[in-house]
Design a protein. Structure first.
Length: 336
């Protein structure tokens, strides 16, 4: 059986990773679009996970597959964490005030696994990996607890998403706590969407790529309008969640699934997108240090920062590939 190549997904993954970098380098307009990046990652990861999961008939097979998925996710995080140890130690000393006490240690442990905004583990973008690691088994547990009732599960996920929309996009009105925004509850709605795609994967082909593209375009416009409207009365223009985030990410993911761009093998694109997402924090730190030492600041400097991070990440990606090929160490395969 020939394995289907999802070239559109691989291409979208790179665009999504670039969007996340645009958020962290504050590239106007693109930092708004970048907010669709993590939702897309979660939906697609969940789609592939459940696509295989639902094929397994025995409970032991399903348990082993969940374990395999979590181990792979955990190794991705831990492998990159090795490279972020210097930054993690720096943050530990800052949080603990250079004193090892129970209170400061517990605070650091919490911040390590909830790294935004503290950056305690050295790389804030890792929140997505940690959230996914925690959310998936909880989601599956709730799925069976509700006796596989997709409607009730969907309502529950929508309620959770509504809360995060109110705390983030409309937080200037509600003043609700944003705690949990960078934790596992936030990704529940996107795991649910990915599961629905896998459950009804044959239905995805009922509509043409062009129709999905038109709907995605319309939602993208609404997504941008909502963000700009929120900005007018004092909100944040690129909030983590707004009402149109989930629908736009949903249809965007369908476009990616159906799209088959006329390009060659996209494995490198897929691998670099993961590498870029994970490596970007070092680029941000180096650039910040560089501009601080030279006291450089001018209009449009953030565009140079964006280019620096993407280009330097790609150079290190090529170096990584070369080392991986020469050494054949298993360690390197966990990085992408």
């Amino acid at each position: 059986m020939t394995r289907k190549l999802y070239k559109g997904i691989d291409t979208f993954k790179l665009i999504a990773a670039l969007g996340v970098v645009a958020i962290h380098t504050e590239i106007k307009f693109f930092d708004i679009l970048g907010r669709l990046g993590v939702p897309f990652f979660v939906i697609i990861s969940s789609f592939f996970f459940f696509k295989h999961y639902f094929r397994l008939n025995k409970n032991i097979q399903r348990k082993n597959y969940i374990k395999k998925f979590l181990v792979r996710l955990g190794l991705l995080f831990l492998t990159w964490e090795v490279f972020y140890i210097p930054l993690a130690l720096k943050e530990f000393l800052k949080i603990s005030s250079k004193k090892i006490e129970v209170k400061s240690l517990l605070l650091y442990i919490f911040d390590f696994f909830y790294p935004v905004p503290s950056n305690a583990n050295g790389w804030g973008p890792s929140w997505y990996l940690i959230a996914m690691f925690m959310a998936l088994p909880i989601f599956i547990g709730v799925f069976y607890l509700l006796r596989k009732n997709l409607i009730v599960l969907g309502i529950l996920c929508v309620i959770i998403e509504f809360y995060f929309v109110c705390t983030n996009g409309y937080g200037y009105l509600t003043h609700w706590s944003t705690l949990g925004t960078y934790g596992f509850p936030r990704v529940m709605i996107y795991i649910y969407i990915g599961m629905l795609f896998a459950k009804f994967k044959d239905k995805i082909n009922d509509y043409s790529f062009k129709r999905y593209l038109w709907i995605f375009g319309a939602l993208l416009v609404l997504f941008l309008i909502e963000n700009f409207v929120i900005k007018m009365p004092g909100g944040i223009i690129n909030s983590e969640e707004v009402f149109t985030t989930a629908p736009t990410a949903l249809v965007g993911s369908l476009v990616a699934i159906r799209w088959q761009p006329n390009i060659g093998n996209t494995i490198n694109i897929r691998s670099f997108s993961t590498f870029l997402y994970c490596a970007q924090q070092w680029g941000l730190v180096v650039w910040d240090k560089f501009t601080h030492i030279l006291n450089i600041n001018f209009l449009g400097i953030n565009v140079l920062e964006f280019v620096f991070i993407v280009v330097s990440s790609y150079i290190f990606y090529l170096l990584y590939k070369s080392i991986k090929t020469k050494t054949q160490w298993k360690f390197w395969s966990y990085m992408v």
